[in-house]
Design a protein around this ligand. Structure first.
Ligand SMILES: [Zn+2]
Length: 296
């Protein structure tokens, strides 16, 4: 029996899983940017399907830290690296984490090959029908390649949270499935707090920010809340989605993050509440970034 509490888990960089993701990504696009035609063609599975490329059992992670050791003992799972149109997810009832290489990105790579482009760094030279849409797909591939470490940390922290706290996540999921709750109805359950601002999502988001600090140890105090949120696609997505539901919600989310960061001793000297101007500026940055053809 463990008491449900807020605390950061010791989740060291999961090199083992990262190495596998890296090796799969390199088989699609090599380090010089060359697109592997055969692999891409083989990976163009229908959008409705999901292909498991590699499975890693959690027992392989148990030596990394005490928290991972206990999590594996309480709730062993498998981490599947998949090819899918769905996003990365922790499935408590299936005892599975899915880290998904985005299928739209594979389709984009395939379209470029078909149009005579064999290197990811040269896509800007190619213009054809729906070019903009496909360039977005390439950006998605690059974002995934740059940020899968954080995606792994986010999902692994959900699993450790669940395993160390009486399977609360699993129970919540079973309950929501039983009464067939939609995401919106689920949000209403918790006094109208969107799922992205709930304690378990905040917990996973904080682990990602902690990882950001590990990477920026020398200059952490110059990192603002704006920098932290904009640095990771998962946090950018939460920001945009909450903003769409109302300025108040995005503001509330930032307040919750700040409070938790302060409690964990992760607050940098430059982190503070964001004003309306800063929030608008972030939104503009995200929109332009999404619309921009490609980020090299
Ligand atoms: Zn999450």
């Amino acid at each position: 029996m463990y008491i449900l509490q807020e605390k950061l888990f010791d989740i060291p960089t999961i090199n083992l899983v990262q190495k596998e993701v890296y090796s799969i990504l390199s088989s699609i696009v090599d380090k010089n940017g060359n697109i592997n035609k055969k692999t891409v063609e083989r990976y163009c599975i229908p959008y409705s399907e999901e292909k498991v490329l590699k499975t890693i059992h959690s027992s392989k992670l148990k030596k990394l830290s005490n928290d991972l050791f206990i999590a594996n003992k309480e709730k062993p799972i498998k981490i599947n690296i998949t090819l899918s149109a769905n996003t990365n997810t922790y499935f408590p009832t299936k005892k599975e984490i899915r880290i998904s290489i985005p299928l739209p990105a594979i389709y984009a790579l395939n379209t470029y090959i078909k149009n005579g482009c064999s290197n990811i760094f040269e896509v800007n030279k190619f213009h054809f029908r729906n070019s903009r849409k496909w360039k977005k797909g390439i950006t998605q591939f690059k974002d995934f390649a740059n940020e899968y470490e954080n995606a792994i940390i986010h999902e692994v922290s959900h699993w450790v949270d669940d395993a160390l706290h009486n399977s609360f996540f699993e129970k919540l999921k079973v309950f929501a499935d039983q009464i067939r709750l939609s995401k919106e109805e689920f949000d209403l359950l918790y006094a109208n707090t969107p799922m992205d601002s709930m304690f378990f999502e905040i917990n996973a988001q904080i682990h990602v920010i902690e990882n950001l600090r590990k990477k920026n140890i020398g200059k952490w105090d110059s990192i603002t809340m704006e920098d932290a949120i904009l640095s990771h696609s998962g946090l950018r997505a939460v920001f945009s989605s909450l903003y769409k539901s109302g300025f108040f919600l995005v503001n509330q989310w930032i307040q919750i993050l700040l409070k938790r960061l302060s409690r964990e001793g992760l607050l940098s000297a430059s982190m503070q509440t964001l004003n309306q101007y800063e929030i608008q500026r972030m939104l503009k940055y995200i929109t332009i970034r999404e619309e921009r053809t490609i980020i090299v």
